[in-house]
Design a protein around this ligand. Structure first.
Ligand code: BG6
Length: 512
């Protein structure tokens, strides 16, 4: 049984990578938007976890930048609070105080050259502090409308060349459409070569998302079934119970399609549908993702019945009243920004011809669930008599959030003398098998970036291809007849048309 895992109960035997391979050495990072929502909720806690696990140590410097007026001291306090609030289970007062002592802050306008000069001085300071030159990472954790300003200023500042030349991480959404993404790519490419540009999508840092590749290409029994002959349809859901929280300004520009569909969901679709790569290195995997994304048929000009947009109104979530989207902070009372989308997509390839991929995502739904549901065709003949008309077809379900697990839905004989079948789940739960651990997808992605591994980051042509799918969809939404918003209550499963989209095809959405 060496190296193998038992499906249930017993802990799995893990193949540990040696610790040394995962420590980052000398490393300096600048976070633009260092006091923003993303930095506080995700980046600072992930860096703290790396510190706690000994992946980064004394040789690390972090500079936050932003328009919020903070000193080094008040930034450290803010970071300490963020770690405590968002990682309560891992908070250790002493360790956190050590961690924040590596942090500093520069406040200023993102268009002001002085801010970049001050950053250069700080980074040059840690380069000159002796030892090997640090690995420098510039992280743009800012809204899309500021990305261009920062990129232009970085180009003019000398922060992209010479001793300070580092890597750049750019948060999603990368652009607002195909043209703006191309413009941003062109700007970045003036100062950074493609191998120094890390277009981040935190979904790719999740183990269960990566596991789609390991599961498909590490086992021989599923791949022969992974095609139009055996698969009836695939449904991918990213359902959230939370609303837009304090991100009204961002969400008004982005809406659900730019926030989730263009990036997280297209990545999930690509990993589910791609061909086996010829190797496991960054470009071989990204080649296959681009290839399969190119097969996604664009939305027809009139949108038609294959796409449903929604926006939540007031309702009830988890037993408490919840306001509608239009009542949220920094949202227009007449906003037309969609907070729900579902749609049917076809992939024009030999493998997938005729197999619908249904994508669904929304805020303020009845629960939190991210899952990929691969539904196989029903058994061709029901030979067990009348007692089992409702035989469920087999399905493989990859649950990504909030619980990480894989289940195979099977039909088995019920015990006893009857001829009844029951549908049962054969389940692999990550936590049961590998143990609970406090981790963040950003840890893995930051480690990969510092070590120069681009596998889990989007390449320029990948981003361009996803926008080529999204642009016609957004155009049909802008030009077509719009539903009256709000069209679903907070806490409900979305607009009624979403259920109809499936029912018309004789299918149904899986529970959230
Ligand atoms: C982010 C979106 O990229 O992903 C958020 O901007 C969303 O709107 C979040 O809430 C969901 O991520 P996760 O990891 O909680 O599924």
């Amino acid at each position: 049984m060496d190296g193998l895992m038992e499906i249930k109960g017993k802990p799995a035997k893990l193949c540990e990578e040696p610790e040394d391979d995962l420590s980052l050495g000398r490393f300096a990072m600048a976070i633009f938007g260092g006091a923003g929502d993303l930095a506080q909720r995700k980046l600072l806690p992930a860096l703290y976890l790396l510190y706690l696990k000994g992946r980064i140590g004394g040789d690390f410097t972090l500079v936050g930048l932003g328009h919020t007026q903070l000193t080094d001291e008040t930034y450290r306090e803010l970071a300490g609070h963020a770690v405590k609030e968002f990682l309560p289970g891992s908070f250790d007062e002493k360790k956190c105080a050590e961690f924040v002592s590596h942090l500093g802050y520069l406040s200023g306008d993102m268009g002001d050259a002085k801010l970049y000069a001050a950053l250069s001085r700080k980074l040059a300071g840690c380069s000159a502090a002796g030892g090997a030159a640090p690995n420098i990472v510039l992280y743009l954790a800012v809204p899309p409308d500021v990305l261009e300003t920062i990129t232009v200023n970085l180009g003019q500042s000398g922060l992209c060349a010479g001793a300070l030349a580092g890597k750049i991480i750019v948060e999603k959404p990368f652009g607002a459409d195909r043209a703006s993404a191309a413009r941003l790519n062109a700007l970045l490419r003036r100062s950074f070569s493609e191998d120094r540009i890390y277009r981040i999508d935190h979904y790719l840092g999740k183990d269960t998302v990566q596991n789609m590749l390991y599961f498909r290409f590490g086992n021989s029994i599923f791949e022969p079934l992974w095609n139009r002959r055996y698969i009836d349809h695939v449904q991918i859901t990213v359902a959230e119970e939370i609303g837009i929280e304090h991100r009204g300004r961002f969400y008004e520009q982005a809406g659900v399609v730019r926030d989730i569909i263009q990036n997280h969901m297209m990545q999930l679709l690509a990993l589910t549908a791609m061909e086996p790569p010829v190797g496991f290195d960054a470009d071989r995997i990204r080649d296959e993702k681009v290839k399969v994304l190119r097969t996604v048929r664009p939305a027809p000009a009139n949108g038609g019945p294959s796409a449903v947009f929604g926006q939540y109104g007031p309702g009830n979530v988890g037993g408490a009243p919840a306001k509608g989207y239009r009542q949220e902070d920094r949202v227009s009372p007449a906003s037309d920004s969609p907070t729900f989308f579902c749609g049917k997509f076809f992939l024009d390839s030999w493998r997938w011809s005729g197999v619908p991929f249904y994508l669904r995502s929304g805020k303020r739904l009845p629960g939190r669930r991210t899952a990929i549901h691969v539904q196989f065709k029903a058994a061709p003949l029901q030979i067990f008599g009348g007692s089992c008309e409702a035989l469920e077809p087999n399905a493989l379900v990859f649950d990504i959030e909030p619980r990480e697990k894989i289940s195979l839905l099977l039909n088995v004989k019920q015990p006893g003398i009857s001829r009844k079948l029951s549908s049962v789940d054969m389940e692999l739960d990550y936590e049961d098998s590998f143990g609970a651990r406090q981790h963040s997808p950003y840890e893995r992605l930051l480690i990969d970036c510092v070590r120069g591994d681009l596998t889990l980051f989007a390449r320029e042509d990948e981003v361009d291809t996803t926008w080529s799918i999204i642009d016609p969809l957004m155009k049909s939404w802008q030009d077509g007849p719009r539903p009256e918003f709000p069209n679903y209550a907070a806490g409900s499963p979305g607009p009624e048309e979403a259920a109809l989209l499936m029912e018309r095809d004789g299918r149904r959405w899986r529970d959230i």
